[in-house]
Design a protein around this ligand. Sequence first.
Ligand code: ADP
Ligand code: MG
Length: 264
Amino acid sequence: MHSLHYPSQSADTSADTHFGAPAAVELCQVDKYFGQHHVIRQVEFSVAKGEVVAICGPSGSGKSTLIRLINQLETLSSGEIFIEGQPTSGLKGKALRKLRTRIGFVFQQFNLYAHLTALQNVSLALVHVLQMPTDKARIKAENLLARVGLADKAGHFPSQLSGGQQQRVAIARALVTDPAIILFDEPTSALDPEMIGEVLLVMQELAQSGITMIVVTHEMSFAREIADRVVFMDGGVILEQADPKTFFSAPAHPRAQRFLQKVL
Ligand code: ADP
Ligand code: MG
């Protein structure tokens, strides 16, 4: 896959041929301000269907804001974001909920509902957004919990689970609407070191499933071994993007070189 780019608008939208298909995600001249603070600056960024992209960069460089914009957790100031070829600015209500079912999001702090069991956390969107009957939703949620290795934890509350288990529940929850795209914001940063591996393993399996993944991470092993492309951000700008081999062996930008010296 690597850094193939596809036109966002195309007559041929057949899903099974990559060639000519719309990009899964495409940002065109996107700006984001928080008040006077210009945190995303004229970003152009395209992710092909099935591509796995790792985003890295120093704290405060705009990584979280970038992926939150893709999921409409933040509203852009100017530009446009296309998801599977469709413009997304100004979507509200039902159209916005529908878009969100196409995009899963995994947070650093898991963000599970404390008063709901693992199973209820996973099945919630099926019942309340997609109006799926409870029995069907339960079966789907059980299958997803099994997929992340937690079949025996369905009835547990988040407080009864380890951090690694909670994050795996959160990944199952993000997958429940069969999204085309899944976004991760530093999914292993809040975990004790011994729990990072189990979450990365689930992510690796996911990467091989063909879903489009954008992963903000400091986990350079993931970027190096699993991503098709590494994107380096600083100061609200994408300074460099390359296949992992090139990025880690010969980063072009001095700021990327300095960043790698610190994290490797
Ligand atoms: P990163 O994820 O790379 O650490 P962020 O996207 O979180 O960076 O933040 C980029 C910049 O935007 C930072 O300077 C941060 O302080 C600022 N910022 C992020 N979210 C908000 C917000 N909700 N309100 C104001 N400023 C914000
Ligand atoms: Mg962040």
